[in-house]
Design a protein around this ligand. Structure first.
Ligand SMILES: [Zn+2]
Ligand SMILES: [Zn+2]
Length: 259
């Protein structure tokens, strides 16, 4: 079987994705409570005791909320940068074990190879991940204000891609958020809007890219149909047939997607 993934949920209330390949099973981000992570894993047919490790992108609560307790309960190590570990106080919360990583430096968890790459976001040291095994390659970037060349290079030509499509700029501008929050989201270290996400998807997707999950959709400032439309249009205006596009949900896990 190739590499496969299930997004357990995505959005500002929590992010976590289960990835399996070559007999290894990891969680990318653990932004739900431990209890909720367990329930969502069971909902996609995974016994939480079969998780081999966690890998965290940054210290915001919607990515790290359940990490320490899950690590302690199931005795699995947490892979993240030293600065992220400190900002998330993982040791203080009693994480079972920690493996420090560095942006740009590849590491392995069982049969899976991971490459963390830096992305611009308002946390101490945010990374995205490319996760691969012999059978395929997954790109994951959920919180980024813009997509510099280094991030695009990492995400290019993945079989499966999970990319943030956070907000519709007009909905955000006319929406209820306080001005200072709007500016944060719109900023170079905030979140990707639908149009920018669509442009990035189109640029990094290759013939080999079969599916793209649109992640971290704002409930207040976005709608799945708007995110999908922007993505579809960007492929169509480039004269290409889009890969299968799936908006991730906050409340329910996605089906399994296989490379
Ligand atoms: Zn987030
Ligand atoms: Zn964040």
């Amino acid at each position: 079987m190739g590499i496969r993934l299930a997004v357990l949920g995505s959005g500002s209330a929590g992010n976590a994705t289960c990835i399996e390949g070559g007999g290894t099973r990891i969680l990318l981000d653990a932004g739900f409570s431990c209890r909720e992570l367990v329930a969502r894993l069971r909902a996609v047919g995974v016994d939480p005791r079969r998780i081999d490790a966690l890998a965290i992108t940054h210290e915001h609560a919607d990515h790290v909320r359940g990490a320490a307790l899950f690590s302690k309960t199931y005795r699995v190590p947490i892979h993240c940068t030293e600065r992220t570990a400190r900002a998330a106080s993982l040791d203080r919360q009693g994480a079972y074990a920690r493996v420090p990583i560095e942006p740009g430096v590849a590491f392995a968890i069982g049969a899976l190879a991971l490459v963390p790459f830096p992305v611009p976001h308002d946390a101490v040291e945010t990374v995205g991940y490319v996760v691969s095994c012999d059978e395929g390659r997954v790109g994951y970037a959920t919180d980024l204000g813009h997509a510099p060349e280094e991030a695009r290079r990492a995400l290019r030509g993945c079989d499966l891609l999970i990319l943030e499509s956070n907000h519709d700029v007009d909905l955000l501008r006319s929406g209820p958020y306080p001005e200072v929050v709007k500016q944060r989201v719109l900023g170079r270290h905030g979140h990707l809007d639908n149009e920018t996400a669509a442009e990035v998807m189109c640029e990094v997707a290759s013939e080999r890219t079969t599916r793209i999950v649109l992640a971290h959709l704002s409930r207040t400032n976005n709608r799945p149909d708007l995110a999908l439309l922007a993505a579809r249009r960007s492929f169509e205006s480039a004269g290409r047939r889009p890969p299968r596009l799936h908006p991730a949900e906050q409340g329910t896990p996605s089906p399994w997607f296989e490379a």
